[in-house]
Design a protein. Structure first.
Length: 216
């Protein structure tokens, strides 16, 4: 647990693979090329907002355009999402965080058990980015859905990881508005001539993920 990051976000994206995403993927790939980025570029919303990493050469207008691009992708895609926000101040150490994460994930599966077991096949994609979360994903899903197949993939090779990234970023921004306040870079990025960053997020982007909330 890192003191400089007061929240921990867990996000899941659900997709019925019988519903083709090709047209949506083609659209976002073409739009990335039009913005001077590689067609297979994986959008990372945190660095995009803060003008870090590969986005340090992009001005505000260009970065906002890329953010709207992934938001439109999320809005149009036949997917749903579930995010949880954990306040680290309410958890004394890493063990309590792991327990909280496992409890919430297990509760989601139990409360929707008939839905999950109704599928012939369940594939879980994860990038093994964090050891603790890797352990939780494997142990919880194996306990409740032992037939589920867990695959390790790269976020750059699987576009729905970008959806999860954006959903987690927006969940974090909502938590910051309600608890600690937005950072200067976040205020600058989302504010407009007519709206504060808080109002712009609430009236626009938060509605995107709320409409995609996982409801079987």
């Amino acid at each position: 647990m890192q003191a400089h990051s007061p929240f921990y976000i867990l996000g899941l994206v659900f997709h019925d693979q019988s519903r083709d995403l090709t047209s949506h993927l083609d659209k976002i790939h073409d739009a990335l090329l039009a913005r001077g980025l590689p067609a297979d570029h994986a959008i990372h919303t945190g660095p995009l907002i803060r003008r870090e990493q590969e986005y340090r050469w992009l001005d505000m207008s260009a970065r906002r355009s890329v953010f709207r691009l992934i938001a439109d992708f999320v809005r149009a895609c036949p997917i749903s999402q579930q995010t949880w926000v954990f306040n680290k101040s309410e958890l004394s150490d890493d063990d309590h965080l792991v327990t909280a994460l496992s409890r919430e994930l297990g509760a989601l599966i139990r409360s929707n058990y008939d839905y999950f077991t109704g599928w012939d096949r369940i594939v879980i994609y994860y990038d093994n980015g964090q050891k603790q979360l890797t352990t939780i994903v494997n142990s919880v899903f194996n306990a409740y859905l032992p037939a589920a197949e867990i695959r390790r993939v790269s976020p750059a090779d699987y576009s729905l990881f970008q959806v999860a990234d954006m959903c987690c970023t927006l969940a974090l921004l909502r938590a910051k508005i309600e608890n600690t306040g937005l950072s200067r870079s976040e205020e600058d990025f989302f504010s407009t001539r007519t709206q504060s960053a808080r109002r712009a997020l609430k009236s626009g982007y938060f509605k995107v993920i709320d409409r995609k909330r996982f409801i079987p």
